[in-house]
Design a protein around this ligand. Structure first.
Ligand SMILES: C[S@@+](CC[C@H](N)C(=O)[O-])C[C@H]1O[C@@H](n2cnc3c(N)ncnc32)[C@H](O)[C@@H]1O
Ligand code: SF4
Ligand code: SF4
Length: 365
């Protein structure tokens, strides 16, 4: 009986998402279903492919939303029917009140996730995270060894990630969170992804997500050559991804549609024939409270959630012009599961193949 009730709940949830997906696709402003809340731009690392982590930290901190702001803003999303919040950044663990923010959003009824580089996870922090009630923790790990240090520009990075993961495993039973890896696929690791899967398996982690690196965001231009995947190797990457899909069914966090298009993104960054749902189904909140589609595009001039309501901002002309840019792909372009996964609503075969939608409805990634 309970199974039938759950199935009915999932199907009705899917209808809500489907309805918003169709409305957004045809040009309407929709209520956000999921938010990526970038609580800080500050970061303890300065990875080669990321522009963050270099700026003046105090200046950035002064502009961040306070926990009181978060407590005022989050209920507005809940009222609009937002189901998922993922905290990210910069490094979200650098935000002083991150555990309070997670707890508060959990108490409001959101499914709450965290994306972290895991370098700041001590035993105490792992325990606090578990007690915060977080539902999902996604650890960035591009390779389980020295190569990760090179990519992340820090000699102890992998060692810290590994110890963070061990602490998180220790406290997992407190709130039974999902513990997975996000690996950024670049020229430095595209032919070594087996090792990421092996590491995740050996550590009994719950999932691996593959994310092609945004080719327009390389902080360290000296590394551009190394990060770029040679075009004649994209076929090998495709074959490997196919193999992972078959070898680890249900364990790769994205749909097979998303995964099978990773290599294509490097050839066709605009990903013709797909829609970006950024600013629609998934919205970003930036550290100063501005809304946007993604890291790259903000609704400049629409105001901040610090002093305007969510309704006012998403119905403003500035927000509408931002969505026009998203639809035209007048942006640096990316292939990111958070904003592109909804494309499978228009590919029924993919839905059947991956049953991914059930997961979207249940836990949001
Ligand atoms: C911006 S980070 C914020 C969270 C945290 N600092 C971390 O690294 O996990 C969010 C995710 O974006 C990934 N990322 C950073 N730069 C990227 C790029 N140029 N292309 C694709 N993904 C990138 C990170 O590896 C991480 O998984
Ligand atoms: S990818 Fe994450 S850890 Fe690396 S610099 Fe960017 S925000 Fe920091
Ligand atoms: S496709 Fe463009 S608008 Fe959409 S998330 Fe990527 S960079 Fe942002």
């Amino acid at each position: 009986m309970r199974k039938i009730i759950n199935l009915v709940k999932v199907i009705s949830e899917l209808w809500v998402v489907f309805f918003r997906v169709v409305l957004f696709k045809f040009g309407f402003v929709v209520k956000p279903y999921k938010i990526c809340w970038l609580v800080t731009w500050r970061c303890n690392l300065a990875c080669n492919y990321c522009e963050l982590g270099q700026a003046n930290k105090q200046e950035l901190k002064d502009r961040e939303l306070s926990i009181e702001d978060i407590r005022r803003i989050a209920p507005q999303f809940r009222k609009m029917g937002t189901k998922f919040i993922t905290f990210a950044g910069g490094e979200p663990l650098m935000y002083d009140d991150i555990f309070k923010a997670i707890r508060y959003c959990k108490d409001l009824g959101f499914v709450v996730g965290l994306v972290t580089n895991a370098n700041l996870i001590t035993e105490e922090k792992a325990r606090e995270l578990a007690l915060s009630g977080v539902d999902h923790i996604h650890i960035s790990l591009d390779f389980p060894g020295e190569l990760h240090n090179e990519i992340r520009n820090n000699p102890d990075c992998f060692q810290k990630v590994d110890s963070g993961i061990q602490f998180l495993k220790k406290y997992k039973s407190i709130s039974n969170y999902h513990l997975g890896i996000v690996a950024v696929v670049s020229g430095m690791n595209y032919d070594k992804l087996d090792e990421v899967f092996n590491y995740a398996k050996k550590n009994t982690l719950d999932s691996v997500a593959l994310q092609p690196f945004f080719i327009n965001q390389i902080r360290n231009q000296d590394m551009a050559g190394k990060l770029t995947i040679p075009k004649d190797k994209l076929g090998c990457l495709n074959a490997d991804i196919d193999r992972f899909i078959n070898k680890y069914p249900g364990w790769i966090r994205m749909s097979s549609f998303f995964s099978r298009n990773i290599a294509r993104y490097f050839l066709d960054p605009k990903m013709k024939g797909t829609t970006c749902f950024g600013g629609g189904l998934t919205t970003n909140i930036f550290p100063d409270g501005t809304l946007g589609s993604c890291y790259y595009l903000k609704a400049e001039g629409a105001g901040s959630l610090r002093d305007k309501s969510l309704g006012e901002i998403i119905h403003s002309s500035e927000y509408r012009s931002l969505l026009k840019r998203v639809r035209r792909r007048d942006c640096p372009t990316c292939w990111c599961a958070v904003v592109h996964e909804y494309n499978i609503f228009f590919r029924p075969l993919e839905i059947l193949r991956s049953l991914r939608l059930l997961r979207v409805a249940q836990d949001g990634r």
